[in-house]
Design a protein around this ligand. Structure first.
Ligand code: BG6
Length: 501
């Protein structure tokens, strides 16, 4: 669990230092940590990338990316921050580049007095992850007197087999406890709040089961398209890009049993049990549980956008899904019979990530069809862009005739508008420096997620979708996602922050 303390000094080596992730997320997050006093003066960052840059050029680009991302002016603080940054041009295939990097790190260890502690952050093309880890060891970079950690970005493999191969490679160099597999959703404030809401409130935990909950809905809608990540996305699609990681992580946090202790092993072990209880889907049943979509042209936030197949470098007949909705069943005592619906897609009407817990109706509804309307009790957790929680209840309609009216209890003080991903990286980088792996994905979680998702992606890749594109950009997604719930007598609750059902 997150502990608030200053992390020990260390050198952070970022592979992929000129890439988008480093510029948009890592440097701004590190700067925020520095501003907040979470980084001691004994830290150094070594940027590693192909490009030939001088230290000054690199520091300039770090400052520029912080300035642009955070929309702030350059100040003295930023300047002193950037003096902790160094640069090492590097070609993965050149073994001498690794030994030169080793000399550089030894020199910085001494200069910044970091006791040999090292974090290697792989933010480069995933095909190099395994190779880099192995070469780090071969060149002696991991043979140090302090601690060593590996931070690894997603995607962690493309399927179970490739993930297993990657894991085998990195395990030659790092132990499971030294591996920090990033799922940035686990760094989001409200995702971290799921456990607290469940396990710190007597009000919810007794109701958190199939006796009182009718279904749970997890939605992550995006307005963005694929941007410049076409090469990756064409092969990945939304199932691998969002469902295998972020969506299944949220499912496991919502469904896990209370851990016996609030420590990493106990929490991870409860999450793993959920993933193990997911009902696996034989090919002939996949269509009953999962639907896919691909966006057509349309208008998003008033702007005309092209359909997925017309995006630059996308195959005009692409079978890649940009939308997935699914029904997951967790076959254990707590959740038998309760569907967990997930829905996520690109180029939808509104950016929003939300969890809705729909409670069953009371056994005898005295107020049904009386004057007024009675809605179900819903617990809504807004993950982003607004953060907060609302409980929808029913109360007496004011006035002599009575009847019911929906009311809502807001369980947060103020909705906070934040850029979640950036905050996520701040929180995750700090956790890593502190040596806390709780909010990172364990190997068992990764493996079980691929085991769940692989048969679906195999089925879809063998069956070209006949109706793509099947939703307009800027819409609420394909009709099939509504039908999926309608079959069970439910519908998607996608309420704006303050709206009543
Ligand atoms: C990433 C996916 O993991 O999450 C992206 O690769 C997606 O395709 C992003 O856009 C969504 O993150 P967030 O924090 O904006 O919901």
């Amino acid at each position: 669990m997150t502990i608030h303390q200053s992390p020990p000094s260390s050198v952070l080596v970022i592979f992929g230092a000129t890439g988008d992730l480093a510029k948009r997320k890592l440097y701004p997050a590190l700067f925020k940590l520095y501003q907040k006093g979470h980084l001691s003066e004994n830290f150094a960052v070594v940027g590693v990338a192909r490009r030939q840059l001088t230290v000054e050029q690199f520091r300039g680009s770090v400052i520029e990316s912080i300035r642009q991302t955070l929309n702030i002016d350059v100040d003295a603080n930023m300047d002193s921050f950037s003096r902790h940054f160094y640069y090492h041009p590097f070609d993965v295939d050149d073994d001498s580049a690794f030994s030169q990097l080793k000399d550089r790190l030894n020199e910085l260890d001494a200069r910044f007095n970091v006791s040999g502690n090292r974090i290697f952050y792989l933010a480069m093309a995933p095909r190099f992850f395994g190779t880099v880890a192995v070469k780090l060891k071969r060149a002696g970079l991991t043979n140090i007197r302090g601690w060593k950690r590996l931070v690894i970005e997603k995607p962690f493999g493309h399927d179970l087999r490739s993930a297993q191969q990657l894991n085998d490679d990195i395990l030659q160099v790092f132990t499971e406890n030294e591996i920090y597999r990033i799922d940035h959703y686990l760094g989001k404030e409200m995702v971290q709040n799921i456990e607290v809401i469940r396990f710190a409130n007597a009000l919810f935990e007794p109701l958190w089961n199939n006796r009182f909950i009718s279904n749970i809905q997890i939605t992550s809608n995006e307005t963005l398209g694929v941007g410049d990540r076409v090469n990756y996305f064409e092969k990945s699609g939304t199932l691998r890009d969002m469902v295998q990681n972020h969506m299944l992580q949220m499912v496991s946090l919502l469904a896990m049993e209370p851990p016996s202790r609030l420590n990493t092993e106990e929490i991870r072990s409860e999450k793993v049990k959920v993933l193990r209880s997911l009902r696996s889907l034989p090919p002939e049943e996949i269509d009953h549980y999962f639907v896919r979509g691909q966006y057509d042209e349309g208008f998003v936030n008033g702007e005309r956008v092209v359909g997925y197949r017309d995006e630059d470098r996308v195959d005009p007949h692409s079978n890649t899904e940009t939308f997935v909705a699914g029904k997951l069943m967790i076959d254990n005592f707590r959740w038998a019979g309760v569907p967990f619906y997930i829905k996520t897609g690109k180029r939808l009407a509104k950016k929003s990530t939300q969890i809705v817990v729909e409670f069953k109706d009371i056994p005898m509804n005295l107020y049904f069809n009386q004057s007024g309307q009675k809605g179900p009790n819903l617990l809504i957790m807004n993950i982003q862009p607004n953060e907060g929680m609302i409980l929808h209840l029913n109360a007496k309609k004011p006035g002599p005739k009575g009847g019911t009216t929906p009311i809502s209890l807001e369980l947060t003080h103020h909705p906070v508008h934040t850029m979640n991903s950036r905050e996520s990286y701040e929180s995750l980088l700090l956790d890593c420096m502190l040596g806390d792996t709780t909010n990172f994905t364990s190997w068992d979680e990764v493996a079980l997620s691929w085991i769940y998702v692989d048969p679906i992606s195999l089925f879809w890749s063998n069956q070209k979708s006949q109706d793509f594109p099947n939703y307009k950009a800027g819409s609420i997604g394909p009709q099939s996602s509504h039908d999926l719930l309608a079959k069970d007598g439910f519908h998607w609750w996608s309420l704006p922050y303050n709206e009543k059902p």
